[in-house]
Ligand binder design. Sequence first.
Ligand code: NAD
Length: 472
Amino acid sequence: MSNQPYSFFHSVEKSFDKAAQFTHWEKGLLEQIKACNSIYSMRFPVRMDDGRIEVIEAYRVQHSQHKMPCKGGIRFSHKVDQDEVMALASLMTYKCAIVNVPFGGAKGGIKISPRKHSAYELEKITRRYTSELVKKNFIGPGIDVPAPDYGTGEREMAWIVDTYQSLKPGEIDAAGCVTGKPISLGGVRGRKEATGLGVFYGIREVCNMPDVMEKLGLSTGIEGKRVVIQGLGNVGYHCAKFFREHGALVVCIAEQEGAIFKADGINEELLFQQRKSTGTIIGYPGSIALAKNTDALELECDILIPAALENVIDAQNAPNVKAKIIGEAANGPLTPEADDILIARNILVVPDMYLNAGGVTVSYFEWLKNLSHVRYGRMEKRFNENMNHHMLSQMEKLTGKSVLPEERRLIEHGADEVDLVYSGLEETMINATREIMDVWQANPAIPDMRTAAYVCAINKVGTSYAEMGIFP
Ligand code: NAD
């Protein structure tokens, strides 16, 4: 465990305990669900470009094997320690359970600052880490499947799959040993925007619930809702895109250098291009700049999406938040104190643990694609297009009327990989939202949606254990 007084793992255990009292599982089973089953702490030497040998500290934690394989990202950060990896691995178990992704939770971490290393050094570290995982049977398409996280991306996943395949020659499903790979190495289309799109689907479903909206004093639907987004990175950008495309007004976006407001809505792509060329979001045509970037969090709006950092809403600014709904796109954007204040103020917090699960959901689709060795849509796309064309022609012939060319294109279109990935993600987020709300509505003593999400996760993992017959 960490030497630091604050333990992230302990705070996850506290949230778990808060929710566990609303379940019927016996104490021993709850202890089993909470515990991290396997913790691999490793040290290995790597020779750096300047000739020095550096001892690298790294971890892989498998929190739960109630479903196999385990799944969770690998983080490269100088802040990595065992406590953090344990906490993140547990959250992965609960996250996967909520969105019905049939994996146990895991997480990996290497304690390095990626910016302080050359690409060559990073490659050596990543490949050595992978071979350490292989040695201990801590990676494999049926064992444990890593993915990108903070400080890692497609490049690192490509090194991992290549190292794994070279150590396991002939393993037919080897591409499924890691997700978040480049498309050419077995990645899936739609992964990049998955988290932002999942956030949109989750919030849209909440906004479509008349009773929930009535309690918040809002009308149903996304159209016309005023949205504030903190962070124009991968998640924030895609949130802004999908909310705008579905008729919401993204009235404010905050970044490191400041925040801008425009009552009739901001176009994220134009803003992104402006920031790329000028280095700032300030000066976006027709917008006004707020005094501080954190003012965005306190702006009058319907939906606030923190999509940048953790702990941005705390006991100080929580009393000033004016949004009716907070969608936690980032991991841990609220402190526990802020959470309590917002619950008391009847602000709906849609929790990170399920709302930002789009990434892991699409990773699951990538893994399925790797095991089936065929791109989604390859077998049926052309067949469906031919059949749709035939049906439409018959209808036109029988009615004597013809369909507009734009409508014809839409109706005849057979699903591509990206269409199927979006559809699977939409289904997943809608179901997860409804399941959590059902749990919450069934027990009015549950104080908030986060606790309801935990209850949902505990019940699913508990059922798996119970049905295995371990705890008759
Ligand atoms: P990112 O690095 O692409 O984007 C983060 C953005 O936040 C950057 O543009 C950065 O400049 C901005 N930012 C930093 N400090 C800021 C500040 N003080 N005010 C406003 N903006 C600030 O990262 P990301 O992938 O978009 O991840 C964002 C959050 O979402 C993180 O908490 C991450 O853990 C979480 N998340 C990401 C994914 C994913 O698939 N990328 C999945 C689940 C959760």
